[in-house]
Design a protein around this ligand. Structure first.
Ligand code: FUC
Length: 756
């Protein structure tokens, strides 16, 4: 199946006069390329093309932006915290809440934001002005952007991609008739441009933190002549040229400075190697790298291939769009998260302005988690490596936050005594609670993101990986061993103050924080047992898990969000249809609430009451929860709503504004509808949307290191292939009313069937 997104019109991307004001063109019509580290947005304009660039580490803020930078921490809030905790233990919640707003906030200094690096502007001096046969496309099979058209009689082709193995943006132009090209660079950041032999190198920096970047352009051409006039390159009489762009910055993920010397030599080597490879070889190397990831999985929901422009696919909606969006999500994940880099931020790796919404940061109260929910199932476990590294890098600054607010100090004697981070984080180790309690404070952020990391282990069963993440699990557990407060009245431990993301009252514990904290400790125990380490700690951890209140059923038969909640809506500041469904994390992403239990019935009631979702990511999260409840019709309804309400013309998901979380979370949703593996067996079609009558999916990965291929017709499974690396026992739950099933096993599997 060809997976292409094409447009019949170009778009002009950047309005240089108003760099911070977006007219929406970029986020609605631009087509994104990326290799994890670099991002580019293309519009395929005919006469003057603007190609906008990002580099994932180009964030302002951090220690060099502000001498007062303390990772967002206000100093010595330990006593304030104790006072607040005492009030909550005494049931004085209102007084406690007032103090939280005053005392348990952090500093904004050095928070920063993800930046736009700048643009290449290429003027094509065609002799004529009449354009025909225009088409630009993003080819998801190849991760290549193409634009083709005729100007007069002159047939023109452009191809662009960003290569991971060569770390270069590559743009190839060819035309039947030779023309002149004018090439310029623009950026809102201060820079100096120096000519090189066949291009130039720009060296610039961010004003607020002096983060340096270098952007090098070189041209490869056989015919034509290159002239330099000021900062403009003029390539005369050219019918074919390849532009190579390399970018580096002097960011390093190293606490406390987060700097290295600018790796300019590396950039020069990348360009030199690129010059040797030339276009064909660069493209070949790019395809080998990209397709090794992208081709692991395939999904087909429509038998007949359609060659329609993307606006038509959006208008028609339904299965072709549902299918395309799945591939696009996988594409975007590969393009924004590769080994050795930073994880995918709120906008992946793409950003148009220097003042993006929420700083285009790393949000830990659902967004960063959602970015990675689909990764293991899509057999793209490598893309999670940047997330693992990112959380690891939060440990050192996170210890300062633990000390400043909780008095939990790591020192030479006890170096890993506990780390914490809250809702908003940045690559400069911003781990403080934000400058407003009611969105900022969220100590369960770390348990939540660690749930992502532990789940990867359940998919891969890779014990080397488990060893790598175990110190994080243990240290986070260590933090909560000390941070939870004891309530003598009921003999339980509570997180205090607790705040369910952006919703409701400030309380002594709540279901969001407690379910995540308990799960963290359970995962730590499981990991310790698998790795046969820390056995002396296991009994006390086990005892602690039993003294943490978690999901409870309320008077309306709902899952309570707060322990004080009786009927739905009985607590202050409750909002009907609130976008966060944090009390139901036990349904998804955790798997604490299993279908057919009393809690599942309560979760269903709560979900029904909350409605279908208010924003892009909120719909996806609810869809995932309905999938866990086994409700295919609800999954279908939510997907339908998402497809009609939450997509830009370039299929970017919108909150609004554009946020990548729902694009990436959608990958997980499709997988969850088809196969689930969270409770020890493999369940086929747990929540198949009724209209997905015929189809196939190949190569998705399930927990237990299984690979699954499925084929179905008229909503009946007709073929399933389960592949494992080694012989292992698999419990399989096949769908109801199955007429005929052929099970082909590969390898030495021992499959047992449970027909439900
Ligand atoms: C969370 C959400 C908002 C938004 C922001 C980036 O705080 O509550 O809706 O998605 O992240």
């Amino acid at each position: 199946m060809r997976k292409k997104m094409y447009f019949e019109q170009p778009c002009r991307l950047t309005k240089r006069s108003q760099p911070d004001a977006s007219d929406g063109t970029w986020s609605h019509f631009g087509l994104p390329l990326g290799n994890g580290r670099m991002g580019a947005m293309l519009g395929g304009e005919v006469f003057q093309e603007v190609i906008q660039f990002n580099e994932e580490t180009l964030f302002n803020g951090g220690p060099l932006a502000d001498q007062m930078y303390q990772h967002g921490n206000a100093s010595n809030r330990g006593e304030d915290l104790q006072e607040i905790q005492a009030l909550l233990l005494a049931g004085e919640n209102e007084k406690a809440a007032m103090l939280c707003q005053q005392q348990l906030v952090g500093l904004e200094a050095g928070y920063g934001a993800y930046q736009n690096l700048g643009e290449l502007v290429i003027g094509y001096q065609f002799a004529e002005t009449e354009v025909s046969g225009y088409r630009r496309e993003l080819d998801l099979d190849q991760a290549i952007h193409r634009a083709s058209f005729c100007v007069g009689q002159n047939q023109v082709r452009r191809q662009s991609f960003i290569s991971e193995p060569d770390q270069l943006f590559v743009h190839h132009f060819s035309s039947q008739t030779a023309i002149d090209l004018l090439i310029a660079f623009q950026s809102e950041h201060p820079y100096r441009l120096d000519q090189t032999e066949q291009g130039w190198q720009v060296k610039g920096y961010l004003q607020d933190n002096q983060l340096q970047f270098a952007f090098e352009l070189t041209l490869l051409f056989d015919q034509g002549t290159l002239e330099v006039s000021g900062e403009m390159l003029k390539l005369k009489e050219c019918s074919e040229v390849t532009l190579l762009v390399g970018i580096v910055t002097n960011y390093a993920p190293d606490f406390p400075k987060y700097r290295q010397s600018l790796p300019n030599q590396r950039l020069i080597e990348q360009i030199t190697k690129g010059r040797q490879h030339r276009f064909t070889m660069l493209k070949q190397r790019h395809l080998v790298d990209y397709q090794a990831l992208f081709n692991r999985v395939d999904l087909q929901l429509v038998a007949q291939e359609q060659d329609l422009p993307v606006n038509q696919i959006i208008t028609n909606g339904g299965l072709p769009l549902a299918e395309l969006l799945y591939h696009y999500g996988r594409y975007l994940l590969i393009a924004s998260s590769r080994i050795g880099g930073l994880p995918s931020n709120l906008q992946g790796v793409w950003n148009e302005t220097n003042n993006p919404p929420w700083g285009s940061d790393y949000h830990l109260n659902v967004n960063l988690q959602m970015n990675y929910w689909g990764a293991s199932g899509a057999n793209l476990v490598e893309t999670v490596e940047p997330l693992v590294a990112y959380v690891e890098h939060l440990r050192k600054p996170g210890r300062l936050t633990a000390a400043a607010y909780h008095g939990i100090v790591s020192d030479a004697e006890n170096p890993e005594n506990g780390f914490v981070a809250h809702t908003q984080t940045t690559p400069f180790g911003f781990t403080g609670p934000g400058w407003d309690f009611e969105w900022g404070w969220s100590p369960a952020a770390i348990p939540w993101i660690l749930e992502n990391l532990y789940d990867v282990y359940l998919f891969t069963l890779d014990s080397i990986y488990l060893q790598k993440i175990y110190p994080m699990l243990k240290e986070a557990t260590r933090f909560f061993e000390q941070a939870l407060v004891y309530q003598a009245n009921d003999g339980n431990y509570y997180s205090a103050p607790a705040y369910s993301p952006e919703h409701g009252p400030i309380t002594l514990g709540n279901v969001y924080e407690h379910s995540l904290i308990q799960q963290l400790i359970l995962n730590t125990i499981a990991a310790a047992n698998i790795l046969a380490c820390d056995q002396e700690n296991v009994p006390k951890w086990q005892a602690l898990t039993k003294q943490i209140r978690v999901e409870e059923v309320g008077a309306d038969g709902q899952v309570k969000e707060w322990f004080e909640e009786t009927t739905i809506g009985s607590v202050e500041k409750y909002q009907d249809n609130h976008r966060h469904v944090s009390h139901l994390l036990g349904l998804y992403p955790m798997h604490r609430i299993q279908k057919t239990t009393e809690l599942a019935t309560a979760a269903k009631m709560s979900l029904e009451h909350r409605g279908l979702g208010t924003t892009g990511w909120s719909m996806i999260h609810r869809g995932l929860m309905w999938a866990r409840l086994g409700e295919g019709a609800m999954v279908e309804q939510i997907i339908e709503l998402f497809l009609t309400q939450c997509l830009n013309q370039n299929l970017f998901a919108t909150h609004p504004p554009f946020q990548i979380d729902a694009n990436l979370g959608y990958v997980a949703l499709v997988q969850e509808a088809l196969v689930q593996s969270q409770i020890g067996y493999l369940e086929i079609f747990p929540a198949l949307p009724p209209s997905w009558k015929d189809g196939q999916i190949k190569g998705i990965r399930c927990r237990g290191n299984l690979k699954v291929d499925l084929k179905w017709e008229a909503s009946q499974l007709i073929e399933i292939i389960v592949t494992t690396e080694k012989a292992q026992k698999i419990q399989l739950v096949l769908p109801n009313q199955m007429k005929q099933t052929t099970v082909l096993t590969q390898g030495k599997n021992d499959i047992s069937y449970l027909i439900t």
